[in-house]
Design a protein around this ligand. Structure first.
Ligand SMILES: [Zn+2]
Ligand SMILES: [Zn+2]
Length: 121
């Protein structure tokens, strides 16, 4: 048996509208399935002080029904940039996005698994 302790991490994302940074708390519930449970505003300085953004998370990422969305614009989801791998907030139904971190843009493709940079929690 594996231990039942829930593992949680925080990954960083940027709002596509306000260009501000926020943290997404994600929690591992079953093997390799992570759920986004919370999002909160944070500064990049604060995030690096907390050590967020330093651990890689691999697996499937899903959104908990309670997940509040982007704290700045309310976007329910996020996309992982194919160029820099970082997260930008996104709302269902939009088929095109511009990465707030590196400026590259493209079609939104939905992936089942992600490699995210998180931080020990
Ligand atoms: Zn946003
Ligand atoms: Zn990017």
């Amino acid at each position: 048996m594996r231990e039942n302790v829930r593992e949680a991490n925080v990954v960083l994302a940027k709002c596509r509208k306000s260009h501000r940074t926020y943290g997404i708390r994600i929690e591992r519930r079953t093997d390799n399935v992570w759920y986004c449970t919370w999002a909160f505003p944070i500064t990049e300085t604060g995030a690096s002080n907390e050590g967020y953004g330093s651990t890689m998370i691999s697996g499937r990422v899903d959104t908990d029904p309670e997940y509040p969305g982007c704290p700045y614009c309310g976007g329910r989801g996020w996309v992982s940039c194919g160029n820099c791998g970082k997260l930008t907030c996104w709302d269902n139904g939009e088929s095109y996005f511009t990465c707030t971190w590196c400026g590259s843009s493209g079609e939104v493709t939905t992936a089942e698994t992600f490699d995210l940079q998180g931080g020990g929690y």
